[in-house]
Design a protein around this ligand. Structure first.
Ligand SMILES: Cc1cc2nc3c(=O)[nH]c(=O)nc-3n(C[C@H](O)[C@H](O)[C@H](O)COP(=O)(O)OP(=O)(O)OC[C@H]3O[C@@H](n4cnc5c(N)ncnc54)[C@H](O)[C@@H]3O)c2cc1C
Length: 417
């Protein structure tokens, strides 16, 4: 792999940018791998990278039915934060945030991580009670979070209507300074390039369609659109399509797939230098480096695999944004899109071996798995390589739906995701 550096930029500049090698090889499948990862999103590629880097397992293929990052990892609104309620979740998302903080150096790829801070505004007494509870839980575990008065919210987000007669009056809020955004494609490409350099093969346009088991029930091979690929271990890392592959493997998952939509406006001059989220409507917004306002709200109301936007969500989300940020009402909408997200009943992910021995999975991130990509990959790689779940990953087992040890972040953090 050619290292990216100031020197290589100058060198290539002098050569008319003609000498850059492809960032990763276009591989064709071999008959057999030690590990086959299904899903070339951020989590799948990060799993392959940490398998190779941390555990020296390099005979690995990542199968992607489309192009890498064409799923939710390239469709999200790129917010990274760790403000959760339960200690298990805080440990998980803090691991991710800590890994993100050094990811550009680790991957030798600029992921454009901008720790501009997150400001969450509460719009009622009840919101403020939830915020007080959250701040207490987070501060207890050392997360950088601070309570904000109405005046402090107004100062941090001047475009937000904090007047007493606003449609959604602001009662106060909190801020996480280490939160921010990163460039989603860069995270995917950075992991792909670094994994490829360690020997991982990335196979695009290759769909997994089924599994072949040994007489003991253990995984023997993955059936794909390119034929049968034998393996010792495999992992399903396909977000919104997890239930489809679980059904192909012969088990059911407590996962429901919904479309989640997002929007971007035309580019405008800098108007917002934090990520802002309001609890009354669940609408959140940040400004991209190009100047577009990137924003979204809640899930579509019904389960679906239809990966497209629709008018009712546009009306409710754009309407709520314009009511809360009156000056944004004059900006033109550029684009609206959707991704299919995997929602679990307790709004927490699943990182575990499945009932099929040798077949692992990482799913259930719902609307919030971009921020978790480094941790999801790190923990699943640990489980696959060692056969044991990592202490931080252990609470996120599939078995919790049998034992009842749920981690209900929808109730805890007040976010239905
Ligand atoms: C609109 C939107 C906004 C979001 N905003 C945020 C945010 O601000 N912050 C945040 O933290 N999270 C956010 N998320 C959630 C986040 O994007 C996801 O949780 C995360 O990207 C999931 O990553 P992944 O690698 O598991 O899945 P994906 O990136 O979806 O990758 C899964 C891949 O598997 C492939 N695949 C599926 N079936 C097969 C098969 N049979 N064979 C081979 N390949 C297959 C798909 O093509 C896909 O590329 C958002 C999601 C959406 C849709």
């Amino acid at each position: 792999m050619k290292r990216y550096s100031a020197l290589s930029l100058i060198e290539q500049g002098l050569r008319g940018q003609k000498g850059w090698p492809p960032a990763w090889r276009a591989a064709t499948p071999k008959p057999r791998y030690d590990v086959v990862i299904i899903g070339g999103g951020g989590h799948g590629l990060a799993t392959a990278y940490y398998l190779a880097k941390n555990h020296r397992v390099t005979n690995v293929a990542v199968l992607e039915r489309g192009w890498i990052g064409g799923g939710n990892s390239g469709r999200n609104t790129t917010i990274i934060r760790s403000n959760y309620y339960y200690p298990q979740s805080i440990a998980l998302f803090e691991l991710a945030l800590t890994l993100y903080e050094r990811l550009s150096l680790d991957l030798n790829f600029n992921i454009m991580f901008s720790q501009r801070g997150l400001v969450v505004a509460g719009n009622s007494r009840h919101d403020m009670e939830t915020i007080a509870k959250l701040i207490g839980a987070m501060q207890l575990l050392g997360v950088d979070v601070e309570e904000l008065s109405v005046e402090e919210v107004r100062k941090a987000v001047p475009a937000l209507d904090c007047s007493p007669n606003a449609r959604y009056p602001v009662w106060g809020g909190f801020r996480q300074r280490r939160a921010g955004t990163a460039r989603h494609d860069a995270v995917v490409w950075g992991y792909a390039r670094a994994a490829d350099a360690l020997g991982v093969e990335i196979i695009e346009n290759c769909e997994a369609t089924g599994f072949d088991r040994s007489p003991t029930g253990a995984i023997k091979a993955v059936e794909t659109s390119h034929g049968r690929i034998a393996c010792d271990k495999a992992a399903i890392v396909v977000a919104g399509h997890s239930s489809v592959l679980a059904a192909a493997a012969g088990f059911r998952l407590p996962v429901t797939s919904y479309a989640l939509q997002a929007f971007v406006s035309e580019p405008v001059k800098p108007v917002l230098d934090v990520v802002c989220w309001t609890l009354a409507t669940g609408v959140y917004v940040s400004q991209s480096d190009k100047g577009g306002l990137v924003f979204g709200g809640g899930l579509d109301l019904y389960p679906s695999y239809a990966q497209r936007g629709n008018l009712p969500i546009a009306q409710s989300v754009v309407g709520a944004l314009a009511e809360q940020f009156p000056s944004f009402g004059r900006i033109r909408l550029l684009r609206q899109w959707a991704g299919i997200v995997d929602v679990v009943h307790d709004s927490s992910p699943i990182i575990d071996e499945t009932p099929l021995p040798g077949l692992y999975m990482n799913c259930g991130w719902g609307t919030g798995g971009f921020k978790a990509i480094p941790a999801g990959g790190y923990l699943l790689a640990h489980h696959i390589a060692t056969g044991r779940s990592h202490d931080i990953g252990a609470p996120f087992s599939l078995n919790r739906f049998r034992t009842g040890a749920l981690i209900d972040e929808a109730a805890g953090a007040g976010i239905a995701h």
